[in-house]
Ligand binder design. Sequence first.
Ligand SMILES: [Zn+2]
Ligand SMILES: [Zn+2]
Length: 147
Amino acid sequence: MTVSQELLKEALDSLKDTGVRITPQRHAILEYLINSMSHPTADDIYKALEGKFPNMSVATVYNNLRVFREVGLVKELTYGDSSARFDFVTTNHYHVICEKCGTIVDFHYPALDEVEHFASQVTGFKVNTHRLEVYGDCPACQGKSLH
Ligand SMILES: [Zn+2]
Ligand SMILES: [Zn+2]
């Protein structure tokens, strides 16, 4: 089995464990999320799969993504301006985001547990999570002029 097949199998198993019904659409959406490294929006997923599921709507895709999020399989990334993007949760990773084209790329870095610990100590919060994003120009956008 390839890594993505293994991830898909694990994801389907955890859906089964939580009693979520696995429909062909859910299967396809999960598969797409695992194989795409592009942090797609619900619309991107819809466009990629509409040929396969002519009766599926963007709302269906979004509802399924919400189910996956509740089970903890996907993370929803919101950036205020544009629509939410979805990320299949494997290991904890951080994002570097292109300020010009919006491309989001994963990178791995040891989790910043000490930051959470420190925040908790100085504020008295019970810290659950944190989010770190790095911004810049992606390789494709570097050198492109603004005009
Ligand atoms: Zn870019
Ligand atoms: Zn990511």
